[in-house]
Design a binder for this molecule. Structure first.
Ligand code: ZN
Length: 240
């Protein structure tokens, strides 16, 4: 089955910062959509300034996996749309939250914590160590991914303990960060992936692309049983 992915981007840096526009002429969403399409997925993009942020009921209902990148305009995302995305995740839609999306309304709501962290932007080296080599998100990746220039995010990263921690990052400046974190909420699977600052060409890195592609496969809904809740008056077994 073809996975239907919607790549959501706030798309503000690209409009206002020529440096970012030079790296991502079609927007961060465009760069991400390109490699997911190459991987055989059915990909839409959606951005903050579109009506309903591009996340209409029709789009959300057909989306298997939503990819989220935001940074400077988290507060402009409507609470009503966040509510819809939240319920779609509980109902089984996968969510991949990238980089500064850690502070998005949707990620903070799903995590229930501040999602705050330490940061520094001096273009230092990052090495993301794979610590769960048999996890599907790590398929095709070596022992580590090295990014020569990146923004540092460091612990403490105020998230709940991940159900599976796939990557831990080391930074040249000395910090570490849980940088590839898996969660489930309801029937939905969530992956937080740390790299992706707008002034570095991170989303052209083949290994980063592989991780996000793997994550989309992992987070896609499965045809599991429909949970049944509430009062069950008749027992399955004869208990009289
Ligand atoms: Zn950043």
């Amino acid at each position: 089955m073809t996975i239907c992915v919607t790549v959501w981007n706030e798309n503000r840096h690209e409009k206002t910062n020529p440096e970012v526009r030079k790296i991502y002429p079609n927007g961060i969403h465009g760069a991400i959509a390109d490699f997911l399409k190459d991987a055989g997925m059915d990909v839409n993009t959606a951005t903050l300034d579109e009506p309903e942020h591009g996340l209409t009921d029709e789009i959300l209902n057909k989306t298997d996996v939503l990819v989220w990148w935001g940074h400077i305009a988290h507060r402009e995302v409507s609470d009503g749309i966040v509510d819809k995305v939240y319920h779609r995740v509980l109902d089984g839609m996968g969510l991949i939250v990238l980089h500064s999306g850690h502070f998005s309304k949707i990620f903070r709501r799903l995590m229930g914590t501040t999602c705050n962290l330490r940061w520094r932007e001096i273009g230092e080296k990052e090495r993301l160590w794979v610590i769960e080599p048999s996890h599907p998100i790590a398929e095709g990746i070596g022992n580590y991914i090295e990014l020569p220039n990146t923004e540092m995010y460091g612990e403490r990263f105020d998230i709940p303990a991940p159900e599976t921690l796939v990557f831990v990052s080391w930074f040249a400046g000395g910090e570490v960060c849980r940088s590839g974190c898996c969660y489930t909420r309801g029937k939905g699977k969530i992956f937080y992936f740390r790299p992706g600052h707008e002034t570095f060409p991170i989303f052209y890195n083949k290994e980063i692309q592989r991780v996000i592609t793997n994550a989309a496969h992992w987070a896609a809904p499965v045809e599991g049983p429909l949970p049944r809740f509430g009062h069950i008056p008749k027992p399955l077994e004869d208990v009289s």
